[in-house]
Ligand binder design. Sequence first.
Ligand code: MG
Length: 382
Amino acid sequence: MLHPGACRPETSRGRRHPETPAPTRNAYQRDRDRIVHSTAFRRLVYKTQVFLNHEGDLFRTRLTHSIEVAQIARSVARSIGLHEDLVEAIALAHDLGHTPFGHAGQDALNESLLHADPGGEGFEHNLQSLRVVDELEERYPLYNGLNLSFETREGILKHCSRRNAERLLIDEPDGVAQRFIDRTQPSLEAQLCNVADEIAYNAHDIDDGVRSGLLTLSQLRAVPMFAEPERETVAEFPELAGRRLLFEIIRRMLSRQIYDVIDTTKMAMTAAAPCSADESRQMPTMVAFSPAMARQTHELKRFLRQNLYQHPQVLATTGQAKDVVRELFAAYLASPAEMPGAAPRPGGELRRVADYIAGMTDRFALREHYRLTGRTLFSAPV
Ligand code: MG
């Protein structure tokens, strides 16, 4: 039931190190399985999405976020004829390069790198996700990384500056970075994972925001994406309140966005009628929200930025998280012997420190910070 414009494992552009196909699994299933068994994947369970790990057991972590993205992407893929195994592999791997402490950790690591090497590359989580699956995982006898298929790696490298693309192309001519030079699209499966990521965090950040007490239903009513399903829910179940009311609104929000993407994408795929995955890549983006839904998601994102991501309480903890990352960076740079597990790699000492910190879970970062500085932040148990 695959659409002609979908990716197919039998016509995959292959792996960087050629391998014999597995007897019972296609190339994308195999990629998915390698990702699930990787060390970086297990670390996602203790990495922050928005709320720091120790703030509560029920908030999303990078792991549960990635699983939700995979669920949404797979259900859309099945209904529009894209390759489910490929979208699952991309979705489960898309955040592997995130630092501890979410975006605050990434910003601090980037600042630390650029401070030490002003002309350098800095730190970018999409590039790091690719680096994790290409270089940093140490599982196979003959090569570094997980040796994933081109199409999975293409989906993982969601953004890339021209400068970084040129650098990646030195090692892999005409590789996954080529599209950032050519300005073409990634596969339809990769496009779908980007949209599924957005749908997932828009919904779960509302849930976590309300759970934390930082967002209220009356605030959320100002956002059409929330207000419309709320009106419907209250009309149908006037007695509903509390968690069940919130869950029902979020469930309807998710459905609206998913059906909107399915309808809009089906129309675009019918109109463009790509005959192969390569033809899909040469066409404008096909997996997308309708313009009306895109406007609503945009408003919701603005609301979440103003009211949740920049809430004084969130900013206070992210400020401390940045201190942890900056101080770890300085400490390891001053005494690299403190990183016994970090293998020397091409890219020099700065990159080695950055890889070591980027790989940490929130908990390990806090423990290391305490060990190296004697200071306890967040009053968190370490
Ligand atoms: Mg994500």
